[in-house]
Structure formats: structure tokens, C-alpha cells
Write a protein that binds this ligand. Structure first.
Ligand code: ANZ
Ligand code: ZN
Length: 807
């Protein structure tokens, strides 16, 4: 075998990346695979200068698992793509003064090259790009499916509006600065003092405003109950489950009707404390304006009307109050200042009487469950997104005619000219996004496409009259809510996916990604999948039965982000130390779901370890032996037995740790193993096993060693993961009997791994006080039965003959 002694990571890594690609070891035959394992990592927004080491860490975490499963005999499908529509991409294009199309043609290539340089086992024959028309025509098809099922509707609403991004945002995309990991700023980018209730745009950290607009919604609230219930049957990181549960916010309570004095109307309230009805002293209704302007402050107006408490006939003044949310419960509450703090603050502010009765059960009203989850606002007044394939036809509206009337009952609308809409027929999809130069958002409540008649002017597909296209585009999260269905079917031109492929590969076996998507992407994808199931497009209702939430990489104590200027670019480290060193370092510095801090000194240390492994294979120390022909069964050499024991132990530890994503402790075990082999010599079996154990972590190094040094069949990554023999692990400790002149005088317990180490046992035994007493005359000879007995023969006392030992 020919080996270069120097560890040349550049050469090795390039060589195997090429070979892996040409031999397609990461491109399983999707139709013929017998043991499919769909290993999915959240695809990136390809919208910045490139990836940082945080991405490198998390994607490596996913890749290690995929490699491990491949070595377990599974046909691993690990695809990669780009979530390229949306504000991320568009903002970056604006910032760098390019069109999104120009920008993406460069960044997608760059992201791809970076991913490739990490050596991940992606199937690069199935790349998916959400802004490609091949993809988004199916996003449009999905929109139509939802619309026809009554799950997409348009309504006017007071929405969160980002003045910087000039678009409305879904509730999930508005958060506290802390949740967004951003310092709050105003429209001009000046810092704003953080205070309770301050909400910012998830994307840019700008303090959001409220704006009334008419936009498209998806009826995710229809699935609130199912989204909640199913959480019990999926295996997800607990913090993500908790976040979803809280976001859905199920509340059991009652709806109570109050009659209004001098009126036939009634007012319904939702309460979780019906037993406090006897202490109700006012009614508070939501008012959109007050809510928008004063939020949680206690501001209100008396309406001049009174409601009657159905329990005791009391007159209760009806107020409009800023703290009542228009879209929660019934949008009205019974004010119980004696028992509710918010009601108390309001009552005090307006001198409303406070009643205090003992809470008492009653059966007024009917049971009701409210959810905090709101419908998903999916329209964006932006350019760079999937065009929503709807049209507005005035002529059809006037004739009140059929073709478009499918869903009309669901639509309550204002009196605008374009208040009647229908969909663009499926056979005419896609609605292609035109290339325009003036794509920057203006903020007037309509997207840039509304300035382009060549886009929006269209003949009504039903009556042929002049009609108008929707000019809002879809939220990016719609694109990513179904992408995992597309990967196994990327070549399909006339359908979104092939049923047989979907049956074979979905749901995803392991989804790996960030917890920051807990109530965003991860909620939307579950919803979309549930709808597909109900539309009988698929036969399962959870896309990701197993989801692992990775942690976040820290640099100098803070989350890595461009705005902080603490981003570590992986490229330079790969250049200097190689991908294998970087991969190992990134998963070694802490638990996979933790917050490790990146340090240069750490990666240098890991590089020394990698070279140490290399030298174990290429330049065995002269006092070590590489015992070529020892095999586990035939070996009678005691130190070989020890090596086998240590090997088995290491395999067990590494296997179990990888299964639960404890990569750092798995690597520690590998390091100990390397040290052991360095110190005690190694067998070929042990070196083979070590190579396989290290393969998921350092795939290039392992392949080079496996093929070029150990002379094994390509590839180590498709070799079978080593098994361990529990027989070697039952007893970790062995009791050695210590004799002096053939008589048992003491016992010592040693790690099984050391039970044949004569020198060590001798030292141990001689340091035992009981033995020292017997051998104080000095030892003339030491007789040793590995794993059993050590016998010291002393001058002038017994002889070895008396000891009965034969060695
Ligand atoms: C009377 C009462 C007495 C209430 C009491 C609470 C405590 P969760 O748990 O979040 O579901 N509420 C109902 N609709 C509301 C709305 N649109 N905006 C603001 N508050 C609203 O909260 C349910 C409770 O929040 C309801 O129960 C109602 O106040 C209030 F000692 O009714 B309660
Ligand atoms: Zn028409």
C-alpha cells in the first residue's frame, strides 16, 4: 500500500468529494431502496454572503446522523435545496443593488459550494429551489386546493405591518426583540428602548405597526385542535412541543350571552371563570381602533348601553376597552374586577363599581373552547414571492355568475370594485412572476406588481371580460410548508409529487433544524400536511414524526449574527484545517442542543487530534505492533484480548451516543480509544473499527484510511457499522488474587482492560499494605496468570514449585 505520510486534507477532501459524487453513494435509487431513511435538514435562505459556522455545526449534526443510519444499512436520502423566495432574499438583493434573480444565481451556487466543502452526504442530483417555476407552480396548485376546500379566504383585518419591509406579517412573524434575537429599531434603524409588549419584525427587528388591509388567509384555526392533540404522538424536542402548545393556547371555558337593555341584541362573552359571573360588574367589548392604538393599556369609552347579568339581573355598563382583543374568544369579556387584574385596572381607571361575591358554580351558558392560534395571513405586498393565482372579475361580479361562485359564501367583503374573485384555472398554471426592475416595496398597501399592468391585466377565464390578477404574493412560509414532499419527486413535470415515491419516503424519518421555527415553519408544515391528508392527497397527517432541535453557536458570548459582526466564516477554517477537523470541532465543543462558543484554540487542538489519528495509521511508533493477522476468535495473546475489550466498549458507547445526538461524548470515547491504541499497540481489527467509528464525523479521512491504507472495499460509508459483543462488557472489573509465595494474601480489583497488564498489576499489588507486610524481604520472582493471579516469590521463603503455578 502506498501512503503519503503527511496529512494533506486538501487533497484528501477534494478527492473523495469527487468520487462520492461520481459513484453516487449519496443518491439512493428512490424506487428500489428497501430500507428508506429520509434524513432532512432545514434548507437555508440563500440570501447572504454565505453560511456561517453555526450553519456548519447544525448541518454537520444532521449529516452525522445520516451517515450513521447509512452504516446501519438504511438507504439514506438526504436532499438539499434553497428557500429562495421571500423577504430574506429580496432584502438582500435590495441591499446589494441587484434583482433577486441576479443575486440568487450567485448565492445559490455559493451556498451549494459551501455545503459541498463540508463533505455532507447530500443527494446533489435533486436540488430544489422554491423560486424556480418548476416548484412554485405547485405552490400555486396547493393554494388552489386550499381555496377550493374553503381553507383560503380574503378578509380585511388589522394586521401587523413592518414599516421597513413594507408588508404585513403573520402573527408568528412578529415577536419580542429577545425572541427575534434582534435589537429593536425604528424605521430609520435607530435603537428603540425595549419595553413590555414591544413587538418587532422577525426579519429586520423593526418595531411593527398596525395596519388595516385586506389580505389572504389560510384557515389554520380549523386545525387548532388537531395540531394540539397530535403533539402527543410525535417525538420532538420538548421545548418545541411546549412552544407549539402555548402558541395554540387552548382554553376551556364557557360562552355566556348577556341580553342588552332595550334591545333584542345579545352580547356573548368568553370566560374561563364562569363561577365569577356573580361578581361581574361590567362588560367590555373590543374596539379595533382602541386595540390598535393602545394595546394592553387600559383605555376605554362607555357606550351608554347596559347588559343584564343572566344570573342575578344586575345592570352592567357596556364599555369599549383597549385591552380586549378583537379576534380572541367572542371579542367581548365580562369584567370581574374582584378576581381579574386587567378588569380591576380598567374598573379603577374608569371608576366602575367592584363587586365581590364568593365564586359559585352555575350552569349559565355553554361550554366552549377557545384557541389563541389565529388564521395564517399569507398575502405579502412584496415582489419576490409566489404569485397568488387568483383573479378579480368585475363583470362576473355584476352578473353574479357561476364559474367563480364556488366559494362565494365564505367571502364577506367590502364594496370595492374588485370584490369578487375566482381562481386562475389550474391548467393555466403557472402564473409566472415577471422580471421587473422597480421591485422595491412602496408601502401603500399594494405590492410592486400592482404597478405592472402587463402582469395584472388579464382576461377573465370565465367570461372573457377584463379582469385583474391578485398582486400580493404568498408568504415564503407557504413555499417551505411543503418542500419535503417535492424532493423525492423533483423530476416530475405534471404533478407535485408521485404517490408511490411519497408512500415510500414520507413522512420524513428525521428532521433536524432550528427551534426558532417552532411556531412558524414547523407549525405551517404540520398544518399543510394535515390538509393534504384531509384532501386525500396523502395518507398520513404528521410530516415529521421525529424532530431534533439543534442549539445555536455563540461567539464571544453572543449569538452569531451579521449585525453583531461576530460571524465566523467556515471557509477559512476548511482551507486551513480541512472540513473533517472543522466538523469534529463543531460537534465536540458542546452538546448538539446547546450553545457552544467558537474558539480558534479549540479548533487547533482538534486538528492535532486528527493528525494523531492519521499517524496511527501511517506511522505506527516503532515500539508498537500492527498485528496483521490477529482475529478476535483466534487471538490468544492477552493484550489482543484487552484491545478487543476496549474496542467493544468504545463501539457500544459511540453507538449509543450517536443515537441520542450526544456527538461530543461519542468523540471523547473515540479519543480515549485512540490514546489506548497509541499506548498499547493496535490490531488491524481495532484500526478498522476505529476508522468506521470516526467515519460519520470525519468522512474524508475515514475514507482515505479505509480504502488506501486498510485496503478495504470502497466505501467506508456504505460499510456496516461495527457491532459490539455484549459478552465483553458484562464484567467491567476483574478480581485478581494476589499471592505471596503461593499463599493468597490479598485481592485487587482492576478494570478488565488492564487485567492482563503485568507491570500495572505488579505495581498495584506491591502498593497494597497487606502485601507489603509479606514481601518486605524483597521479591525475587513474579509469576503472573493474566486476569487471575499474581504471585510474588520472596527471597529465602517458598519456591515457585510450591505455588502450584505453571507459568
Ligand atoms: C371572567 C374572568 C374572571 C376571566 C377571572 C378571567 C379571570 P385565556 O386563558 O387566555 O383563554 N378574555 C376573553 N376574551 C378576551 C379577549 N378577546 N381579549 C382579552 N381578554 C379576553 O383567557 C380567557 C379569559 O380572558 C376570559 O375569562 C376573559 O376573562 C378574558 F377571574 O372572564 B375571564
Ligand atoms: Zn369574468
Amino acid at each position: 500500500m502506498h501512503v503519503t505520510k503527511e496529512y494533506n486534507h486538501k487533497e484528501i477532501e477534494k478527492k473523495w468529494q469527487k468520487k462520492w459524487f461520481s459513484s453516487k453513494i449519496y443518491s439512493p435509487d428512490l424506487d428500489r431502496s428497501e430500507k428508506p431513511f429520509y434524513n432532512l435538514f432545514m434548507f437555508p435562505y440563500p440570501s447572504a454572503e454565505g453560511m456561517h459556522t453555526g450553519h456548519a455545526m447544525s448541518s454537520t449534526g444532521s449529516d452525522i446522523y445520516g451517515r450513521f443510519m447509512r452504516m446501519q444499512g438504511r438507504d439514506v436520502f438526504q436532499p438539499m435545496g434553497f428557500d429562495s423566495f421571500g423577504i430574506h432574499a429580496e432584502n438582500y438583493a435590495i441591499k446589494t443593488n441587484q434583482t433577486p434573480q441576479e443575486m440568487l444565481s450567485k448565492t445559490i451556487k455559493h451556498f451549494g459550494d459551501q455545503f459541498k466543502s463540508f463533505g455532507h452526504g447530500y443527494d446533489w442530483t435533486r436540488i430544489l429551489v422554491t423560486s424556480d417555476v418548476d416548484y412554485y407552480r405547485w405552490t400555486q396548485w396547493i393554494f388552489l386546493e386550499f381555496f377550493k376546500a374553503g381553507l383560503a379566504y380574503r378578509r380585511k383585518a388589522i394586521l401587523n405591518f413592518c414599516p421597513k419591509d413594507k408588508t404585513v406579517l403573520a402573527d408568528e412573524q412578529v415577536m419580542t426583540p429577545k425572541q427575534a434575537g434582534k435589537e429593536p429599531v425604528d424605521l430609520d434603524g435607530n435603537p428603540v428602548e425595549d419595553r413590555e409588549g414591544l413587538m418587532v419584525c422577525e426579519r429586520c427587528g423593526t418595531v411593527v405597526e398596525k395596519k388595516e388591509l385586506e389580505v389572504w388567509f389560510f384557515r389554520i384555526t380549523d386545525y387548532a385542535d388537531k395540531l394540539l392533540k397530535n403533539l402527543e404522538k410525535i417525538d420532538w424536542s420538548s421545548r418545541v412541543v411546549k412552544a407549539q402548545r402555548e402558541w395554540i393556547g387552548r382554553s376551556e371555558g364557557r360562552l355566556i350571552d348577556f341580553e342588552i337593555e332595550n334591545s333584542t341584541e345579545k352580547i356573548a362573552v368568553f370566560t374561563t371563570k364562569p363561577e365569577t359571573l356573580n361578581s361581574a360588574s361590567f362588560i367590555a367589548e373590543a374596539d379595533a381602533d382602541l386595540y390598535e392604538k393602545h394595546g394592553k393599556d387600559k383605555v376605554g369609552n362607555f357606550t351608554g348601553r347596559y347588559a343584564i347579568n343572566p344570573l342575578n339581573g344586575r345592570r352592567l355598563p357596556i364599555w369599549k376597552a383597549s385591552y380586549v382583543a378583537p379576534y380572541y374568544g367572542t371579542g367581548a369579556v365580562m369584567g370581574v374586577p374582584a378576581y381579574d387584574e386587567r378588569d380591576a385596572a380598567f374598573a379603577k381607571a374608569y371608576n366602575i363599581e367592584i363587586l365581590r361575591e364568593k365564586p359559585e358554580k352555575n350552569d349559565v351558558g355553554k361550554k366552549h373552547i377557545s384557541y389563541h392560534l389565529r388564521d395564517w395571513g399569507i398575502g405579502r405586498q412584496r415582489y419576490w414571492g409566489c404569485p397568488i393565482p387568483m383573479i378579480y372579475c368585475k363583470s362576473c361580479a355584476e352578473r353574479n355568475e357561476g364559474y367563480f361562485s364556488y366559494n362565494i359564501a365564505l367571502i364577506h367583503n367590502d364594496q370595492s370594485d374588485w370584490n369578487w374573485y375566482g381562481w386562475w384555472p389550474e391548467e393555466n398554471l403557472p402564473v409566472v412572476i415577471p422580471a421587473i426592475k422597480d421591485y422595491k416595496p412602496e408601502g401603500g398597501g399594494r405590492g410592486p406588481l400592482a404597478n405592472h399592468p402587463e402582469f395584472y391585466e388579464v382576461k377573465c377565464p370565465h367570461c372573457g371580460a377584463d379582469a385583474r390578477r391578485e398582486t400580493d404574493v404568498a408568504d415564503t412560509f407557504l413555499d417551505s410548508s411543503w418542500y419535503f414532499f417535492r424532493y423525492p419527486s423533483t423530476e416530475e413535470k405534471d404533478r407535485a409529487w408521485r404517490d408511490d415515491r411519497t408512500k415510500k419516503w414520507l413522512p420524513v424519518d428525521l428532521y433536524f433544524g432550528g427551534a426558532e421555527h417552532a411556531v412558524l415553519h414547523l407549525m405551517y408544515a404540520r398544518f399543510t400536511t394535515m390538509v393534504f391528508k384531509d384532501l386525500k392527497l396523502i395518507d398520513f397527517d404528521e410530516p415529521f414524526p421525529k424532530f431534533y432541535a439543534h442549539g445555536l453557536m455563540i461567539k464571544d458570548g453572543a449569538k452569531m449574527s451579521k449585525s453583531r459582526g461576530n460571524v465566523v466564516n467556515p471557509d477559512e477554517y476548511i482551507k486551513k484545517f480541512g472540513a473533517d477537523t472543522l466538523r469534529m470541532y463543531l460537534v465536540f465543543i458542546g452538546p448538539m442542543d446547546g450553545y457552544p462558543d467558537f474558539r480558534d484554540t479549540g479548533i487547533e487542538g482538534m486538528h492535532r487530534f486528527v493528525k494523531r489519528v492519521w499517524s496511527l495509521y501511517t506511522s505506527p511508533d516503532k515500539n508498537l505492533t500492527l498485528r496483521e493477522n490477529s482475529s478476535e476468535a483466534a487471538s490468544s495473546d492477552s493484550s489482543d484480548q484487552d484491545i478487543i475489550t476496549v474496542t467493544n466498549k468504545t463501539v457500544k458507547k459511540v453507538t449509543e451516543d450517536i443515537k441520542i445526538f450526544h456527538y461530543n461524548t461519542a468523540l471523547s470515547a473515540i479519543m480515549e480509544f485512540v490514546n489506548y491504541l497509541k499506548a498499547h499497540g493496535s490490531t488491524k481489527e481495532a484500526l478498522k473499527t476505529l476508522c468506521q467509528l470516526i467515519a460519520p464525523f470525519a468522512p474524508h479521512l475515514a475514507e482515505e484510511v479505509w480504502v488506501e491504507i486498510l485496503g478495504q472495499k470502497y466505501s467506508v460509508h456504505t460499510s456496516r457499522w461495527p457491532e459490539y459483543d455484549p459478552g465483553y462488557l458484562e464484567e467491567d472489573f476483574v478480581t485478581i488474587i494476589v499471592q505471596v509465595d503461593g499463599k493468597s494474601r490479598s485481592q485487587i480489583k482492576v478494570d478488565k482492560a488492564h487485567s492482563s497488564d503485568k507491570k500495572k498489576l505488579k505495581d498495584l499489588a506491591l502498593s497494597d499494605e497487606k502485601i507489603q507486610k509479606w514481601v518486605n524481604g524483597g521479591v525475587t520472582k513474579t509469576i503472573f496468570v493474566p486476569g487471575k493471579i499474581i504471585n510474588f516469590v520472596t527471597r529465602g521463603r517458598g519456591t515457585s514449585r510450591n505455588s502450584g503455578l505453571t507459568t
